[in-house]
Design a protein around this ligand. Sequence first.
Ligand code: PHE
Length: 456
Amino acid sequence: MVQNERSNFGSKLGVVLASAGSAVGLGNIWRFPFETGNHGGAAFILIYLACVLVLGIPIMMAEFYIGRRARANTAGAYRKLAPGTPWCWVGRMGVLAGFLILSYYSVVAGWPLEYLVEAATGGFAGKEADQFIDSFNAFASQPLRPVIWLLLFLIATHLVIVRGVEKGIERSAKVMMPVLFILLVVLAVCAVSLPGASAGIEFLLKPDFSKVDGSVLLGAMGQAFFSLSLGLGCLCTYASYFRSDTSLPRTAFNVAAIDTLVAILAGFIIFPAAFAVGIQPDAGPSLLFITLPNVFQQAFGSTPLLAIALSLMFYVLLAVAALTSTISMHEVVTAYLHEEFKMSRRKAAVWVTLGCTILGICCSLSLGVGSSYTLCGMTLFDIFDFVTAKIMLPLGGFLIALFIGWYVDRRQVEEEISNHGTLKVHIVRLLLFVLRYVAPVAIGIIFINELGLIHL
Ligand code: PHE
């Protein structure tokens, strides 16, 4: 289906799966469990759910509105909706954020490929917990191997992008998302049936509100934005390919539901298994890469084939989830170059892949040979993470809420959200209230807190 010479997603299922593919990624499977572990478990999850519902879904609808109304890349969309104003800088900042996140995210996304090879060649067999830590550190600080995986990952992303919106993104999401989901359910069932897993299940289900403080609240809100891919125009770009009969509120609810379900399933894999073998839930970012092979090894060591099969499934799943997210970041930048600078899609994609390869290699090296080059105590990898996740995304979300809440005409929002009156939508008033007041205040607090200007 072609509209204004731009391709569209071909089916409603494709729309939901491609958007959910963007949202579901390392943020759910790697970041959500370690944030939950750091913040005490069930209470954090409840607050996270509230954030997804109250802030995430309205901002997602705002991004959908901008993308589908303008039918343009994220920077072009602001130019169309608010001509002659500085709002297009929100879109440009999003494009830059997408480019920077793609560069360092691809480094982490390459790591499961190394673990895949390790698992396949029986490299986990007979190792103790300490050895897993040592081998992870040795791998991540090597100059060559992580770079090879990074390159492979970027090439895979590139190949999907050049096949175009419907053939590439939609078709791959239609296959990858259900596979991912099935793999998660299988692994969660295995994890919860381990002896001693009940402590992990309790950790996930029994809230301890005495541990809730400002940082838990802010951590949960930050995680919601990162995990739902909000604040940089990713979902805005995808919405520009939505069909005109796609229901924006329903799509936002579905995407948020799938994203949340995957995060919680990831929790049900990692915590029961971790508790079963006596691993601390607050192990931090290493929780996934250092602990999990150890967990598989200890829990299934007596049946090596099962250990290998389960680890393989998990790392395939992680790589697939990361790929559907890197595709969406790549698309933000490719669509921008293609439409704003009149480059062919193929040429635009080559520039994005090349640029990300160079920055990604620098980020990867900064974890090893380049670790002595720091700014404010942060390596290049840390700087990219800090500048994007902690500054650009909250700022983007804040400005998107202001744009729809205060700049755009309310009737236009009503018109687009209701598909020109063909859908009965009762939530526009509530949506605008949240975007005008609740979201800017809440994101403002996260932003200021993360900059360290206040401490809640
Ligand atoms: N939401 C993705 C994840 O959970 C990460 C992401 C952030 C993707 C921003 C696109 C844009 O891994």
